[in-house]
Design a protein around this ligand. Structure first.
Ligand code: NDP
Ligand code: GDP
Length: 339
């Protein structure tokens, strides 16, 4: 029989890739969006699956809406991807972030427990939970030290998922995913912002790109591969949490350098600190400069994941290195630029 899955946050990057993956596995996919969604489902259209999904409105702040949806379909799996997911916004809207990214998870878990505790539940945990880290690699045993209202909310969701697993014997798991990017990444996140910004400059639609802290390091993987790990976690005999990462960490500056190189721009960095700038050697024009308005009140300077457990138990491994990811993102940005 066809399995039915619920994906919250269907309009987001991971929602689109996961829906695509599950449809290929012959699942019936119900995707939920918040009522105020302004999304035109461009990601689902890009993957040509927009007509293959059943859409429902579901605001994570309203438990009655969650109940209505969970009662309506015979779900075997629920993937909770919806969240106020942008760290910078979480400093401006800490209460909304806590209500949606934190309590939203509890509302779903509580509803599953009441309606059908056999439904398997996936929670989108985040490497941001590790926060201010001291050790070289982070894995499932690394202490959490969140640095933003977003990360604090994800820590709440992470522990409440563990708690429901233990207390009520539910199949509830968290995937601790390190940053994962793609052409479908939101434009506010740094990788897509850099790729889009530089392509805009080349097309004469932007003069200078402004960014924040270019010395922070991230472990960036390819989102399309990461959603398979989510599914694999729900197919295991026992529920458990897993880190998903590449094991390589680069600075934002290194990401910029890989992007300019792929775009055949000859560049040089000049200046230091907030005066640091990237110059186009051909015409001496500034391509990128620092604007402190993009600095965060508290920063996560370094993330690098150790996904040995996922490699061993899920037989999952990352396949795309950063150079290849930059190529995928830049090619797509140029292809779809007009649209
Ligand atoms: P996106 O920001 O692309 O998608 C977030 C989704 O949540 C969107 O569909 C958004 O809808 C929805 N949403 C936001 N607020 C609400 C609300 N109040 N009620 C219902 N839905 C809401 O994130 P990603 O797809 O990149 O990430 C998926 C999940 O994984 C998120 O929970 C994120 O925090 C987490 N994560 C992501 C990582 C990454 O690198 N991408 C790393 C680790 C964890 P709308 O379109 O209306 O805004
Ligand atoms: P995050 O890891 O979930 O916060 O993902 P982001 O892509 O938003 O940010 C990754 C890192 O890039 C953080 O350390 C940011 O401080 C840094 N960064 C530097 N400049 C920018 C910028 O202009 N926008 C964003 N979003 N992040 C930036």
């Amino acid at each position: 029989m066809k399995k039915t899955a619920l994906i919250t946050g269907i309009s987001g990057q991971d929602g689109a890739y996961l829906a695509n993956f599950l449809i290929k596995k012959n699942y019936k996919v119900i995707g939920t969006d918040r009522r105020s969604a302004r999304s035109d489902n461009w990601r689902l259209r890009r993957l040509k699956i927009d007509k293959k999904i059943i859409y429902e409105e579901m605001e994570l702040g309203e438990i009655y809406e969650i109940e209505r949806i969970i009662k309506k379909y015979p779900f075997s799996e629920i993937y909770n991807l919806a969240a106020q997911s942008f760290v910078a916004t979480s400093f401006k809207s800490p209460l909304n972030t806590s209500n949606i990214t934190g309590l939203g998870t509890l509302r779903i878990l509580e509803t599953i427990r009441n309606i059908n505790s056999k439904i398997k539940f996936y929670q989108a945990s985040s490497s941001e939970m590790f926060g201010d880290v001291l050790n070289k690699f982070q894995n499932e045993k690394t202490p959490l030290n969140p640095q933003s209202p977003y990360a604090v909310s994800k820590v709440f969701s992470h522990y409440i998922t563990k708690n429901y697993r233990k207390s009520y014997n539910m199949f509830a798991v968290s995937g601790i995913l390190f940053n994962h990017e793609s052409p479908l990444r939101g434009e506010e996140f740094v990788t897509r912002k850099i790729v889009r910004g530089l392509v805009k400059i080349i097309k004469n639609d932007l003069k200078v790109l402004e960014v924040g802290n270019i010395n922070a390091k991230r472990d960036w993987g390819y989102a399309k591969e990461y959603v398979e790990a989510m599914w694999k976690m729900l197919q295991q005999k026992k529920p458990d949490d897993y880190v998903i990462s590449t094991g390589n960490s680069y600075t934002i500056k290194e990401f910029i350098n890989l992007t300019t190189k792929y775009l055949n721009l000859e560049t040089k960095w000049v200046g230091k600190g907030i005066k640091e700038k990237l110059i186009n050697k051909k015409n001496n024009k500034i391509l990128i400069k620092i604007n402190p308005k993009f600095f965060r009140p508290a920063e996560v300077n370094f993330l690098n994941g150790d996904c040995s457990k996922a490699k061993k138990k899920l037989k999952w491994r990352p396949k795309t290195d950063l150079k290849k990811l930059v190529k995928i993102m830049v090619d797509d940005e140029i292809n779809y630029y007009k649209y």
